[in-house]
Structures are given as C-alpha cells and as structure tokens.
Design a protein around this ligand. Structure first.
Ligand code: NAX
Length: 330
C-alpha cells in the first residue's frame, strides 16, 4: 500500500459530491492500492448536510479511506492537497445570463486559487467541474501564482462520454468500442465533439452514419444533453458528472490507453499547434503518460470543424474578457 494522498472536494454536500465522494473512497479514481484522505469543503449553510454525508462515508467502511475532514475555510481545506475537485459553484438562476454567472463565480475561484497556491502540495492537480468550468479554471489558475498553469483543468469529459454513448448506440456497440473522441473548446453548447477522428472498433466512426446525422442529431443531442436530463429528472446531471470527474482525474493519474486519447481543458500552451490563443482554457484531445498531458498533434479539420472551433474559441475569449476586471481588481 502506498502512503495516502489527500484529495479535496469542494461543494461536497451537493448532488455531484454525493456520488463523487463514495467513488473516490472506493478507489475508483486512484486505484485499489491507493489510500485517500478526503478534505471536504463547503460554505456554512452546507456544513450540516455535509456532516450527514460524512456519517454515510464512515458507514460504508471503505478500506482505502484513511480519514475525512470538513471545513468551510478554503485555506484549511486545501492544506497539503494533492488532487482537488472544484465542484462547488454559484448556480445559475433564471434572471442570470452567462456573464452574470461568471461574475458571481469570480470571488469563489479567486479565493480558491489563492488558497491552493498558499496551502496545497507542490504536486497538486486541480480539476474544475463547477460551471462555467473553463473560465472558472482560468480564474483559479490566474489567482494561483507559483503553481504551474497546466495543473488547472476544466472538465469536458462528460461531453466526451455523452458523445461516446451516442456513437455506441448508433453503431449498436458498447461504449468501450468507441475510442478517440476529442472535445474541442468550451464546456458549453459551442463545444465540438470531433466525430471525424473517432473510431468504433478501430474503424472510422464516419462509416457508421452519414454526415447529416453527425452534423445534425449527433451534435444537437450531445450539446443539449444537460437540458434534456434536467427536463426528465427535474435535476441536473450528477452521477454522470461525478463519473466523468473520476475518469478525468483517473486518466491524469494513470495515463491514457495506448492508441486512445481523451479530452481535457487547460491553459493553451503557446505552441499548441491549433492556433488557440496562449493561456485560454480550451479543451483539446490529449494523451497522458507519467502525469504529463500532451495535445494530440496534427488532427486535420475540414471547413465545418474549423467554423465550430472558431465559434467555441470566440466564446471563451469573450468569457476571458468578462472576467478580466475581476482578476485585475483582486
Ligand atoms: P449543487 O447545487 O447540488 O451543489 C453545489 C454545492 O456547492 C452546494 O452544496 C453549495 O453549498 C456548494 N458551494 C457553493 N459555493 C461554494 C464554495 N465557495 N465553496 C465550497 N462549496 C460551495 O450542484 P451540483 O449539481 O453538485 O453541481 C455543481 C457544479 O457542477 C455546478 O456549477 C454545475 O453547473 C456543474 N456541472 C458541471 C458539469 C461539467 O461537465 N463540467 C456537468 C454537471 C454540472 O452541471
């Protein structure tokens, strides 16, 4: 058995937390030989419910769970943390547009970025789930001087998994037969699930349906899946979001399978090969080995894909401009 790693989850008393914590404690993310200590962060109104969740974690008797601590102070919650899931965020209310949501979330992610820089372990990896996750990741990263920028990720794995589910249903195969599904851009309905490079049982996915299906029903279903779930369930995606967070952090920790890739959003390096402005938190198809994340090089885009990438990039640039004043003010 290795020494325990310390994992922080924010928004731990929320819906996603209620699925994520139990999977982390069961070893689904870091493996069956890796003990974990959980640090759960909430805001004061969430602390009572969180105490109940902790009782349930204790009642599961997970052998890998080497401790649970709770706090409503980010500077306590991130102490010595190796992996952080930033799930808690201000929910969008009916009267809010995307810019209002960004502004409302700014203070949460500036504070958490500062606390991570001050208190987390030097190998910390941060996955932002709380929406709008790309730009919240950007805010946290910009607020964490001294932490390498590439340690801050936004989660587009749920979009990837949704795309895989649709491709598998269409081809009549199980999702495990679908590989190389890259998500480009923002976790919003502008993101582009790159069906052209996807494989089904090693064959191009484009052999399994015509272009009209990919550009129409497929893209629409993936982009509007979150809304469809809210309409059906009366609540937003939770277990599938937690599963995607486990998949993302698990791939970062263990690496990607030979010949496959996955999707991660992070500050674009200057030499990203796809013309994305440096520092923009943009989702790319990536491979991971030894904890190092590499953008898949040389993927060719036709005019349709290029237009989709330009649209999602423009949305992210506008979001970055919206939050710019928050960062300079802080
Ligand atoms: P819930 O409202 O059930 O839970 C959020 C929890 O965060 C609450 O318990 C709240 O008290 C807590 N919280 C708020 N501010 C906090 C802070 N500053 N520090 C610590 N805790 C704080 O939401 P849930 O359904 O769990 O969703 C959480 C976030 O995930 C939302 O922003 C949601 O939009 C986002 N999602 C992101 C997805 C993705 O693919 N990137 C998909 C699922 C989900 O929509």
């Amino acid at each position: 058995m290795s020494a325990p790693i310390t994992v922080c989850v924010t928004g731990a008393a929320g819906q996603i937390g209620y699925s994520l914590l139990f999977r982390l404690a069961a070893g689904d993310c870091f493996g069956p030989d890796q003990p974990v200590k959980l640090r759960l962060l909430e805001i004061p109104p969430g602390m009572k419910a969180l105490a109940g969740v902790v009782m349930e974690l204790v009642d599961c008797g997970f052998p890998l769970l080497h401790g649970v601590e709770i706090s409503d102070d980010a500077f306590v919650g991130f102490e010595g943390v190796n992996a952080a899931f930033l799930v808690g965020a201000r929910p969008r209310t009916k009267d809010m547009n995307r810019a209002d949501l960004l502004t409302a979330n700014g203070p949460i992610f500036t504070t958490q970025g500062r606390a991570i820089a001050a208190r987390a372990a030097s190998d910390v990896r941060v996955l932002v789930v709380g929406n709008p996750c790309n730009t919240n990741a950007y805010i946290a990263q910009q607020s964490a001087p001294g932490v390498p920028a590439n340690r801050f990720h936004g989660m587009t794995r749920l979009d990837e998994n949704r795309a895989k589910g649709q491709l598998a249903s269409r081809a009549g195969v199980t999702p495990g037969a679908v590989t190389r599904v890259g998500i480009w851009g923002n976790h919003s309905d502008t993101m582009f699930p790159d069906y052209r490079h996807a494989l089904i049982n090693g064959r191009p996915a484009t052999e399994f349906a015509d272009e009209a299906w990919f550009q129409g029903e497929f893209l629409k279903t993936v982009a509007t899946r979150g809304k469809a779930i809210i309409e059906a369930r009366g609540a937003s995606s939770a277990a599938s979001a937690a599963a995607a967070a486990i998949d993302h952090m698990g791939a970062w920790h263990h690496g990607t399978a030979q010949g496959d890739f996955t999707s991660m959003a992070f500050p674009a390096p200057a030499d990203n090969g796809y013309g994305v402005p440096e520092g923009l938190v943009f989702s790319f198809p990536v491979t991971v080995s030894g904890g190092n994340v590499s953008i898949v090089p040389g993927l060719l885009h036709d005019d349709f894909a290029r237009a989709r990438l330009a649209a999602t990039q423009a949305e992210l640039e506008a979001e970055r401009t919206t939050v710019g004043s928050l960062l300079t003010a802080g």
